[in-house]
Unconditional design. Structure first.
Length: 189
């Protein structure tokens, strides 16, 4: 059975992609941690990770996602942090300074729509974020403070969210390659 690794997310506009690329360059230069950094053009907000999905299920997934009504909204990235925390971080991320509530509601709607087509409901609380890097080795406890200061200093523009996207993720040596499979437009109220 042929599968694709899928996730549902919010694409970011070119201005945000460029900002993420610049921020990742700064993080790479300043941090003593070995990490896999987000590739230019790959920045997004994940609403739900679906995992490896059989191609035969793709139509059911797209039908379920197309049925989700949501209004356009505005988000503004800001701040950031670490998953699971600064002591032993695995992920460095930028958070949302504005737009977290509608983003959380959309993630909840995606989760609820996909349960009937066989995807388990998410048990962890949703935290809207842009993954900047995945830490391989944490070498210096001072890195957390330096990273946080760098994340806090970024001035992000607002972004209008007009759609959500179903992505396929394919692993490659420099990092994953994301391909949009379908876009689902917001419904103006």
């Amino acid at each position: 059975m042929e599968t694709q690794r899928l996730f549902v997310g919010i694409e970011l506009p070119p201005a945000h992609q460029a900002l993420v690329a610049g921020l990742v360059d700064q993080l790479r230069a300043r941090v003593g941690a070995a990490a896999v950094w987000t590739r230019e053009g790959n920045a997004h907000i994940t609403l739900k990770f679906l995992g490896d999905v059989a191609r035969e299920r793709l139509e059911a997934v797209t039908t379920a996602l197309a049925a989700i009504p949501f209004a356009p909204f505005v988000l503004t990235p800001g701040g950031g942090g670490f998953f699971p925390g600064p002591a032993r971080p695995r992920v460095v991320w930028a958070g949302l300074a504005a737009g977290a509530a509608p983003c959380r509601q959309l993630a909840s709607s995606v989760d609820a729509a996909l349960v009937p087509v066989g995807f388990p409901a998410e048990t962890r609380p949703f935290t809207a974020h842009l993954t900047l890097g995945r830490i391989k080795a944490w070498s210096n406890s001072d890195d957390a403070d330096r990273l946080r200061a760098l994340l806090e200093a970024v001035v992000w523009p607002a972004a209008a969210v007009q759609a959500m996207t179903l992505f396929a993720s394919r692993p490659t040596s420099p990092g994953p390659h994301y391909t949009p499979l379908a876009r689902f437009a917001a419904t103006p109220s």
